[in-house]
Design a protein around this ligand. Structure first.
Ligand SMILES: [Zn+2]
Length: 152
């Protein structure tokens, strides 16, 4: 069904591992048209990289905007499953503890997302399915037309 699943597969894990600031930044950028990475704790370079990745997934800004508009609130409702403390983080799903010295965003996020994809793939799939179902039923009510162009 178009790029919605691939887009969710890219941004949902960020919310789930406590990097919802990236989701917020992308929403602000694509939906509200405001490029303000520092407000979300990102460097301009990081902001560009995340936006670029979404464009690789969905190709057209208007499609990204349409999808983010619908999925954002559902993503933000998700409680992170990896909770980050000062020098460690814990996965609420399996109890795994991550110890780290390097707090750089990229290093930690890749490690956490990797853990999620390796060990909790079914959970992740289920979360994404639920968001897609919620959007579908919302579109049924609104009869917006976006679902047709996305192949339902
Ligand atoms: Zn885990």
């Amino acid at each position: 069904m178009g790029c919605i699943r691939r887009l969710l597969n890219y941004i949902v894990p960020k919310q789930l591992v406590s990097y919802g600031n990236i989701v917020d930044y992308l929403y602000r950028y694509f939906v509200e048209g405001i490029n303000d990475p520092r407000k979300y704790g990102l460097t301009p370079k990081q902001g560009r990289a995340y936006a670029h990745r979404l464009r690789e997934i969905c190709f057209a800004d208007h499609r990204i905007r349409a999808i983010l508009k619908y999925v954002y609130k559902y993503i933000k409702e998700l409680e992170p499953v990896i909770v980050v403390y000062d020098s460690y983080a814990r996965c609420k799903l399996c109890g795994h503890e991550f110890r780290f010295l390097d707090r750089s965003l990229k290093y930690l996020m890749i490690m956490f997302v990797d853990h999620l994809r390796r060990n909790h793939r079914e959970f992740l799939e289920q979360v994404i399915d639920e968001i897609i179902d919620s959007v579908k039923s919302e579109l049924k009510v609104n009869n917006n037309g976006w679902s047709r162009s996305e192949g339902g």
